[in-house]
Design a protein around this ligand. Structure first.
Ligand code: IMP
Length: 503
């Protein structure tokens, strides 16, 4: 006889938070969103902690190196997608680790024999007026000079004037040496009243540019998530097929944490993948497992050695797994059951295994509900796919800007390893769709709004930390009619009035 769960499978929108007493000192600015990422003994500091409880999904349309840099600078983490060749993924990881705040690769470069006409064409294309002049016109060529808009006058300089005659030549430049720190670079910028400082190698090859304006911007990232060497923290997805090649390459590239990317993590091949990593690397390589939706799946992955467990099947915005296979569980029910299993495991062993609620976050308050139900952090795809930093193209559709967003199980991504059922290789049928999400601008601006809402909700719950929220939150199921009551009702909206959007 099959097993029947007593409770129906429920999702976040069916629950509400009931306020707790808010003490005087409990204000949004004192709320801490720090949260553990990997398993650790109770009472000890985890090897990796996030500063905000957000991970971007292991998806082609979401997590490349640009997203990873943007999100780590806000205190979260990206897991670079694994549905690409090993070398390409490792290179993305390496790019994140090479990123130095304030030090940028020069993206507008000229050769000395280029003309003002070429300069103006490049300026129109990149929008940048400061250009490095290198022997081969590359961003890492031998630096011969710098050209800015102060070096020519459009009304009088002939369009075929040569860059070599307009630029400030190397002999007159102030420059920094490779390996210098940002504060050292900025001392030079201030001392010599520069807008831009080139940084070069011993043999005069260009490495970076440091701009005056970026210094102030760097100061605006107090939550930046960095490793011991002050490099940004980045994660990477792996699969259960080519892990013997992929894992060493990602570790070599500097990945701080890995995660097995699978729609169903309750499998022997996922267990074998995690065990292989743990046998070979021990705790020097951290790896999350998933996805599971119940206590049994959780215990299975924890026993295999998973450093965190990802929860969620079928709730993703692009996901059609439930329609295609009838597999899944309401996201709230899954998180609640797994969190209970985690508490029992903590009680029995003294080891805390973080859990991640993955997929199906539609409103900002869903994040707080997930945390209150016991998730340590959330993974989101749709949320992040909307930003400038996401890999999808920005398009204009029907008068509005949108970004492309496609599932890993769609024909576009063809990430069959994520849906691997053993045996045959290849995607037998789609488990995801290819679509658009409304374009939402820069990640930083939008995420800070979401974080503001989360802090404010936590204040209403009387909690100044995620752990306190999980321990003290009061959560109620809401009837269908009371959910309707929560929306705007019985009034006529003014023309152009916008309803509050989702997360
Ligand atoms: P979202 O935040 O609701 O958009 O969900 C993102 C999550 O959906 C990811 O982190 C994956 O767990 C899952 N996912 C990604 N691609 C697919 C797919 O093609 N089908 C089903 N689930 C997917």
């Amino acid at each position: 006889m099959a097993f029947f769960f007593d409770e129906p499978s429920r999702t976040f929108s069916e629950y509400l938070l009931v306020p707790n007493l808010t003490r005087r000192g409990c204000t949004p600015d004192v709320v801490s969103l720090k949260t553990p990422l990997v398993r650790h003994a109770k009472g000890t500091e985890p090897a990796i902690r996030l500063n905000v409880p957000f991970a971007s999904a292991i998806m082609q349309a979401v997590s490349d190196d640009a997203m990873a840099v943007a999100l780590a600078r806000q205190g979260g983490i990206s897991f670079i997608f694994c549905s690409q060749p090993v070398e390409a993924q490792a290179e993305m990881v390496a790019r994140v680790k090479r990123f130095k705040a304030g030090f940028v690769a020069s993206d507008s470069n000229m050769r000395p024999d280029h003309t003002l006409r070429d300069v103006l064409a490049l300026r129109d294309c990149t929008g940048h007026t400061t250009m490095a002049v290198t022997d081969d016109g590359s961003p890492t060529g031998r630096l011969l000079g710098i050209l800015t808009s102060r070096d020519y006058r459009l009304s009088t300089t002939p369009p075929d004037a040569r860059v070599r005659d307009l630029m400030t030549p190397f002999a007159d430049l102030v420059y920094g040496r490779e390996g210098m720190g940002l504060s050292e670079a900025n001392d030079l910028i201030w001392e010599h009243k520069l807008n831009c400082l080139p940084v070069i190698t011993k043999d005069q090859r260009l490495v970076h540019l440091v701009f005056r304006k970026d210094y102030a911007e760097h100061k605006e990232h107090p939550d930046e998530l960095v490793d011991r060497d002050k490099r940004l923290v980045v994660g990477a997805g792996i699969n259960t097929r080519d892990f013997e090649q992929r894992v060493p390459a990602l570790v070599e590239a500097g990945a701080d944490v890995l995660c097995v990317d699978s729609s169903d993590g309750f499998t022997e091949w996922q267990r074998d993948t995690i065990r292989w990593i743990k046998d070979r690397y021990g705790d020097s390589v951290r790896v999350g497992g998933g996805n599971v939706v119940d206590a049994e799946g959780f215990r299975f992955l924890v026993d295999a050695g998973a450093d965190f467990v990802k929860v969620g099947i079928g709730g993703g915005s692009i996901c059609i797994t439930r329609e295609q296979k009838g597999i899944g569980r309401g996201q709230a029910s899954a998180v609640i059951e797994v969190a209970r299993a985690r508490a029992a495991h903590l009680e029995a062993t003294g080891v805390y295994v973080p859990i991640c609620s993955d997929g199906g976050i539609v409103h900002d308050y869903h994040v707080v509900l997930a945390l209150a139900m016991g998730a340590d952090f959330v993974m989101m795809g749709r949320f992040f796919a909307r930003f400038d930093e996401a890999p999808g193209r920005r398009l204009r559709v029907g008068g509005s800007f949108v970004k492309e967003y496609w599932g890993e199980g769609s024909n576009r991504a063809r990430n069959w390893q994520r849906y691997d059922a053993g045996g045959e290789t290849g995607l037998a049928f789609e488990e995801g769709v290819d679509g658009y999400v409304p374009y939402a601008g820069a990640l930083k601006d939008h995420l800070s709004l979401t974080i503001g809402k989360i802090r404010s909700t936590m204040v209403s719950c009387g909690a100044v930390s995620i752990a306190e929220l999980a321990a003290t939150a009061r959560i109620t199921l809401a009837s269908a009619i009371s959910i309707r009551e929560g929306g705007v009702h019985d009034i006529t909206l003014k023309e152009n009035e916008m309803l509050p959007g989702g997360a």
